[in-house]
Design a protein around this ligand. Structure first.
Ligand code: FE2
Length: 199
């Protein structure tokens, strides 16, 4: 398990995400999730040899004593790896190809999808995530989860995750979660989302 290496500097997503938020989010919050996950499985070869996707998909079958740690910190590790990966200072701001076709089929338009994601993030009470996920037939859906819970345990693969924990926006946006949700689309790279869709 390894924390995703950032391909951009902490201030690269300004003004949409401020440098201090990025630095704290990546170097403190995400690092802590990663360290806690590694510590939880360091003495268990069997768990270490499994992928994070496998562990999170099969949470209920894991040994009781590591279940909560893997749900919370393994979830935090996995979710943030995806989140930081799909953000870019030079994003492709519109989906294309198969992904665009599927978005039009499942949501009617890209604009509708964006609104659904914003509403999912706004209506998530407390901490959590808004997701664009694909099912096994590559159909798309917008869902939300609480805390660091992932779509994987629901049998769904996330291709885009928007962090709505206050640690992701509060320094700049304070209580205005909607402004954060609207602005984050300025730095979401749909080429990257498409890569996850095609995986
Ligand atoms: Fe976060």
């Amino acid at each position: 398990m390894k924390q995703l290496e950032l391909k951009y500097s902490f201030d690269a997503l300004e003004p949409y995400i401020d440098a201090l938020t990025m630095e704290t989010h990546y170097s403190k919050h995400h690092k802590t999730y990663t360290d806690n996950l590694i510590n939880a499985i360091v003495n268990n070869n069997q768990l270490q040899n499994r992928s994070i996707e496998d562990l999170l998909t099969n949470l209920d079958k894991l040994p009781k004593e590591v279940q909560a740690t893997i749900r919370n910190n393994g979830g935090g590790y996995y979710n943030h790896n995806l989140f930081f990966d799909i953000l870019s200072p030079n994003p492709s701001k519109n989906p294309s190809n198969d992904l665009l076709n599927q978005i039009n089929k499942d949501f009617g338009s890209f604009e509708n999808l964006k609104n659904e994601l914003i509403n999912a993030g706004l209506s998530q009470f407390g901490s959590g995530w808004a997701w664009l996920v694909k099912d096994e037939n590559k159909n798309l859906k917008v869902i939300k989860t609480a805390n660091q819970d992932t779509p994987l345990e629901l049998g769904l693969s996330p291709i885009l995750g928007i962090d709505v924990w206050e640690h992701g926006y509060y320094l700049k946006y304070k209580n205005l979660r909607k402004d954060y949700l609207v602005n984050i689309f300025e730095v979401i790279d749909w080429n990257k989302v498409e890569e996850y869709y095609n995986k």
